[in-house]
Design a protein around this ligand. Structure first.
Ligand SMILES: [Cu+2]
Length: 167
């Protein structure tokens, strides 16, 4: 207000004072509309934060979850994918999408060939048991290293897999 008035005085041009005073009423409204815009901006920024956090969380969760499908094949079956690399803390889900029973275990004491199954020192062996069609088994890999596992009913047919766990 003072600013417009002083400029009007300095320039001394007639009519300018009126020109300056006309938008003054609009200028008077400005703080409240600016305030509303500020709230809107804060609201949008907050919403954006929530969206970004949600996407980040979903990405983080996806990174720590992996699905390996157990599929039927003429020689018994196969894991799809049969070799994965995951970060420590990842939960792997084996899902039997076939029509015959499958399984997953890295326990070398029950595997047909001891070399087909292995897990790093410090880890405990996992064993899904026999999974009927449609069933799943999950295991969370906490210890980094190389895991070799088999489907017991189809190990002879080469149904083996590998999980490499990084730190
Ligand atoms: Cu199998």
């Amino acid at each position: 207000m003072h600013h417009g008035w002083s400029i009007g005085l300095m320039t001394g041009r007639p009519g300018l004072k009126e020109d300056r005073s006309a938008p003054r009423s609009e200028a008077g409204k400005l703080p409240s509309s600016r305030g509303r815009r500020c709230w809107l901006r804060a609201f949008l920024a907050g919403g954006l934060c929530v969206v970004v956090a949600g996407v980040g969380l979903a990405w983080w969760a996806a990174r720590r979850q992996m699905v390996v499908e157990m599929q039927d094949a003429p020689m018994g079956g196969f894991f799809d994918p049969d070799r994965i690399t995951v970060a420590a803390g990842t939960t792997v889900e084996w899902k039997n999408v076939g029509e015959q029973p499958h399984g997953a275990t890295d326990d070398s004491t029950i595997a047909l060939r001891a070399g087909d199954a292995a897990y790093p020192a410090g880890a405990k062996p996992f064993d899904s048991g026999i999974l009927p069609p449609g069933q799943s088994f999950t295991y969370t890999f906490e210890v980094p290293g190389t895991y070799k596992y088999v489907c017991l009913p189809h190990e002879f047919g080469g149904m083996t897999g590998e999980v490499i766990v990084t730190k």
